[in-house]
Design a protein around this ligand. Structure first.
Ligand SMILES: [Zn+2]
Length: 195
């Protein structure tokens, strides 16, 4: 069974989410598609949406421990736009500030993302703050940025965790994966019994 077809959703059967096939009935299938707002996309008979896109009232009342069933006229309504948020935060003092956010599609162009990050670094430095590190999760957009900067970390490759600070070659910009995100992933895996 494939992963969820909703834009920005990576839930799947493998991650222990209940997956629902698109209705065979053309009118109902059209209704689902309209709610998803995924332009120019046509589902196959194997396409699925995961359970999180259906509100509570879309499910049949089941007995305790019974299997979860969608009502026959259920429509998915819970969709979110994927977005990218960039924040600045202090190291020696506690502060943080959102400086940019973008509503994105399923992926972000690495070159565009790179230019945005360099622009933010330059503006941050211009007001007298020193940029020392870039912290991000391991999402595909961030990995594309890592690749562009030849940042590598892994059992079978040489560790490369910094680059010359854009606009000032004499200083280093360290690139660090988001450790709280790692804890969140471990928690989710434990809760969902995936080891
Ligand atoms: Zn989903």
């Amino acid at each position: 069974m494939p992963g969820c077809a909703a834009v920005g959703c990576t839930n799947s059967n493998k991650k222990r989410f209940l997956m629902k096939h698109f209705p065979i009935d053309a009118a109902r299938r059209k209704m689902w598609l309209e709610k998803m707002k995924r332009d120019n996309w046509v589902p196959t008979n194997y396409s699925c949406l995961c359970e999180v896109h259906f509100e509570d009232q879309m499910w049949e009342k089941t007995r305790e421990g019974g299997s979860k069933r969608l009502k026959c006229d259920a429509v998915p309504t819970q969709f979110f736009l994927p977005y990218l948020v960039l924040m600045l935060g202090g190291i020696s003092t506690r502060w943080k500030k959102t400086v940019a956010y973008f509503f994105t599609g399923k992926s972000v162009n690495g070159n565009v993302y790179h230019d945005i990050v360099v622009d933010i670094i330059s503006k941050t430095e211009s007001i007298g703050l020193n940029v020392v590190a870039l912290i991000s999760d391991m999402g595909p957009s961030n990995q594309s940025l890592w690749r562009k900067w030849n940042i590598t970390a892994g059992r079978h490759c040489k560790l490369s965790n910094f680059l010359p600070l854009p606009l000032d070659d004499n200083r280093k910009l360290f690139v660090i994966p988001d450790v709280p995100h790692l804890f969140k992933n471990i928690k989710n895996m434990l809760v969902r019994n995936i080891y």
